[in-house]
Structures are given as structure tokens and as C-alpha cells.
Design a protein around this ligand. Structure first.
Ligand code: C5P
Ligand code: MG
Length: 192
């Protein structure tokens, strides 16, 4: 089973591109953001706790998201691969994921990072906030904070997979199909 992380700052297009990739490749899409929002909608204890972090543009504690991924991975079989969207968000999450996969004699095969300039991210998230109903997209200070949290806590994950020879940067601007083709080309020529 192939394991591919779709990486990038908030607004880079991870969710949009992950959906296209899984359609094309027959992989499974795991979005921790979507899983958390589903918990919030169901008003579970986990969801109620997570909402406080999400609404502030902060990260939900590592143990919580790692636990969600562990549950999903245990259920998983018979898929050719998984696209991780929005996970890992911190180095401890990356290390936990590596360990979970190592115990299955598997590994992260590629981290594809979507590169999008800061002003473009702000523009995309602001527009998304007008239609998505996402509480964390409607306030500019929260948007800025999420990008700052990405720079500080999430971006260092690139170096971790770069050192293992598994980092593939991809230009994340242009139209959606163009970006999708770039990602598929990298996956088909370098990863699968
Ligand atoms: O990935 P997505 O942008 O949909 O995540 C939305 C929010 O969910 C993040 O801004 C963050 O507050 C929270 N989240 C998290 N840890 C993750 C994934 C999402 O804290 N691994
Ligand atoms: Mg997303």
C-alpha cells in the first residue's frame, strides 16, 4: 500500500487536490480536518474539545489526531494507497505516523508539497470563508494565525521527509486541473 502526504499551508488546495487524486488513482482520502469537523457536527466530546482549538486557528493536540489516524489505519485494507490531507501537522505526528507504518512494514512514499504564495493563500481563504461556512475561514486574524502556526509547527515536517528523499515540491498555483496533472505526474513517475 502506498502512503502519500499531500502537504502545504492552509488554502494550498490540499482538500481539492486530494479529492481529484483519489478519483484518479483509486486511493483512499484521509482528511483529519474533515474528521474533526464531523466530530464537531455530531457534538461528540472529542468534537467539542477540538472546536476550541480550530476556532482559534490553533492545532488540536497530537494525541487526539494521532488516535484518529490510528483508528482509520486499523480499518484499512484492500486499498492501493492512502492520501493524507492535513496530517501530519507537527513533527511528533510525523514520527507517530512513521512508527505506525513501520509496524506494518510500510512507510511514507512521498510528501507532495503544494507551493502557493502568502497573498494568494489569504485571497483563497477569504473567498472560501464567504461560502464554506467554516468558522476558521471567516476572520482574517484567525486565517493569519493558521498560516503562522503552519510556518512554525508544520513546515519543519518537509525537512524530515526531505532527509529521507521523499519530498516532492509542486507548484500550487494555476488552474485546478493543471495542478492535478502536476501531482499525478510526480506520483506516477517518482512514487508508484
Ligand atoms: O486540514 P484542515 O485545514 O481542514 O484543518 C482545519 C483545522 O483543523 C486546522 O486549522 C486545525 O485547527 C485543525 N487540525 C488540527 N490537526 C490536524 C488537522 C486539522 O489541529 N492534524
Ligand atoms: Mg483541507
Amino acid at each position: 500500500m502506498k502512503h502519500i502526504i499531500l502537504f502545504g499551508p492552509p488554502g494550498a488546495g490540499k482538500g481539492t487536490q486530494a479529492a481529484l487524486l483519489v478519483d484518479h488513482l483509486g486511493f483512499l482520502h484521509i482528511s483529519t480536518g474533515d474528521l474533526l469537523r464531523a466530530e464537531i457536527a455530531k457534538r461528540t466530546e472529542l468534537g467539542i474539545r477540538a472546536a476550541e482549538f480550530i476556532d482559534a486557528g490553533e492545532l488540536v493536540p497530537d494525541e487526539t489526531v494521532i488516535g484518529m489516524i490510528r483508528n482509520r489505519l486499523q480499518e484499512m485494507c484492500m486499498v492501493p494507497g492512502i492520501i493524507y490531507d492535513g496530517f501530519p501537522r507537527t513533527l511528533p505526528q510525523a514520527n507517530a505516523l512513521d512508527a505506525m507504518l513501520a509496524s506494518r512494514q510500510e512507510q511514507i512514499d512521498g510528501l507532495l508539497s503544494l507551493e502557493v504564495p502568502h497573498e494568494e493563500l489569504i485571497k483563497r481563504l477569504t473567498i472560501r470563508g464567504e461560502t464554506s461556512g467554516r468558522s476558521d475561514d471567516t476572520d482574517l486574524a484567525t486565517i493569519e494565525n493558521r498560516i503562522e502556526v503552519y510556518e512554525k509547527k508544520t513546515k519543519p515536517i518537509i525537512d524530515h521527509y526531505e532527509a529521507l528523499g521523499h519530498h516532492y515540491p509542486v507548484v500550487g498555483t494555476g488552474n485546478i486541473d493543471e495542478i492535478s496533472e502536476r501531482l499525478i505526474t510526480v506520483i506516477k513517475t517518482r512514487i508508484i
